[in-house]
Structure formats: C-alpha cells, structure tokens
Design a protein around this ligand. Structure first.
Ligand SMILES: CC(C)(COP(=O)(O)OP(=O)(O)OC[C@H]1O[C@@H](n2cnc3c(N)ncnc32)[C@H](O)[C@@H]1OP(=O)(O)O)[C@@H](O)C(=O)NCCC(=O)NCCS
Length: 221
C-alpha cells in the first residue's frame, strides 16, 4: 500500500521532490500547499496545488500523515524550519527520502525529513540532523556531523569530519576542508573553498573563503 503524502510549498524544489518520490515509488502525492493564492487549483508536474497551510488540519483528519517540504533555501534556513515545525505540530511525520541514485552508507545516520537527492553521497559514519537537504551530486564525507535544517547545495563537497551547526547553508559547488567547523546559521557562498572555521551567523565567500563585507563596507549602504 502506498503512503499518502502532501508537500508544503510548490516552488522549484517541490518539482525535484515530486520526481524523487516517483523514482522511489510507494507514494501517493495527494497535493501541495502554497500560501500564494494565485497558485491555488493549478498543477505542478500533474500534482494539484490544493490551497494554503490552513488545510493542514482537514488533511490530517482525512488520514494523511506524511509530508515533505517543497521549498528549498539559498541562505536563510528559517522558512524551512518554520514550515517543518508547522507540519509536525499538526501531527504530520516528515518523510526521509533517498533518491535511488544516491549512495548513503549503512553506517550513516539521517534525521527525519532529510532528503538526499540524485547522485549525492553520504559516506561512512556521517550524520545529518532533521529536515536537511543533501542536494544533487553533493558529497558528505566520512564522519561529518551535520545539524538540523541544513542545506548542502548542489555539487558542494564536505571533506571528512566537517561539523556544520544548525541552519547552515553550504552554497552550490562550495568545498569545505576536512575537520572544519561551521557555526549555526552560517552561510558558505557559492563556489567558496573553506579552509578556516566559520563562526555562527557569518557569511563567507571566495577562495580561500573570507567573511563577506557588509553592504555599508561595500559602499552600497
Ligand atoms: C553569498 C551569498 C549568500 C550572498 O548573497 P547576497 O548577500 O544577496 O549578495 P549579492 O548577490 O548582493 O552580492 C554582493 C557582492 O558579493 C559578491 N558575491 C556574492 N556571492 C558571491 C560568491 N558566492 N562568491 C564570490 N563573490 C560573491 C557579488 O559579486 C557582489 O560583489 P560586488 O559588491 O563587488 O558587486 C550568495 O551570493 C550565495 O552564494 N548564495 C548561495 C546560493 C546557492 O547555494 N544556491 C544553491 C541553491 S540549490
């Protein structure tokens, strides 16, 4: 019997998850919820957009108990954290999803709601917290310890024993040297190479990665 599932958010990330669910099999995608009223009653890859989050209680009453998040992040993790908490507070369980073409070590540990996209690799003894995105082709090497609500974007690479706090974003194509620690809420810019620890809340860019100047310091304030 297939698992009935709903998605919160109907953006580009939702398209990728819908196709991942179809590749996995065993799911009936009931619909997507999105706060944007103009999207209501439209379709996304043949999945209906049902309406806003206000439908969560009635969907739960209809016996649907599983959800995924159809919104990604490009930095700030708080929208995904908020939606995750909203759905779980309504009694839904987050689906942990592995694309059939991903490689996840048996000794790795993935938290609830974490998704591992096509071609990504999570190697031996690595751990990822809840509601993570290990995006297309990303590599998480052995013994990495990753917090909750983290996005390791497409093609990013973490060498062995890297530690990421909660809500960290590692940008598309970035590389992080072995053993580095990156604090809660920090952002690693696209293509950066991180060779020093990054404090919480700091955005780093470049090769080697350096803290990004504020708008004022860049003369745009
Ligand atoms: C680092 C980042 C968060 C900064 O975003 P932002 O605050 O909106 O920055 P802006 O685009 O206004 O750029 C500000 C300046 O930083 C530079 N910059 C921005 N991102 C950079 C990066 N990754 N590497 C080098 N320089 C960068 C810009 O060229 C600009 O320089 P200028 O002031 O000399 O013109 C963002 O650019 C980034 O890399 N995000 C990750 C995106 C990602 O991973 N997407 C994947 C989704 S799957």
């Amino acid at each position: 019997m297939s698992t009935r599932i709903i998605g919160l958010g109907a953006g580009g990330h939702a398209k990728v998850i819908v196709e991942l669910l179809r590749a996995c099999g065993g799911f009936e995608i009931v619909g997507l919820l999105d706060a944007r009223s103009d999207m209501c009653r439209q379709m996304l890859l043949d999945v209906p957009i049902l309406g806003s989050d206000s439908l969560l209680p009635s969907l739960r009453e209809q016996g649907i108990g599983t959800f995924f998040l159809g919104v990604g992040t490009v930095g700030d993790a708080s929208p995904r954290r908020r939606l995750y908490e909203l759905a779980t507070n309504h009694g839904f369980a987050a689906a942990t999803l592995l694309h059939p073409s991903s490689v996840v070590s048996r000794s790795a540990n993935l938290g609830k709601g974490t998704v591992v996209m096509a071609g990504a690799i999570v190697n031996a003894c690595a751990s990822v917290g809840i509601n993570g995105i290990i995006n297309t082709g990303a590599i998480i090497e052995h013994d990495c310890a990753i917090g909750d609500h983290v996005h390791v974007a497409t093609g990013a690479k973490l060498a062995g024993s890297v530690r990421l706090g909660n809500g960290v974003h590692v940008g598309v194509g970035a590389t992080v040297r072995q053993g580095i620690r990156i604090g809660d809420g920090a952002i690693v810019g696209a293509g950066a190479v991180v060779v020093r620890d990054v404090p919480p809340g700091v955005t780093v860019i470049g090769v080697p990665a350096q803290p990004m100047k504020s708008r004022d310091d860049r003369g745009q304030g």
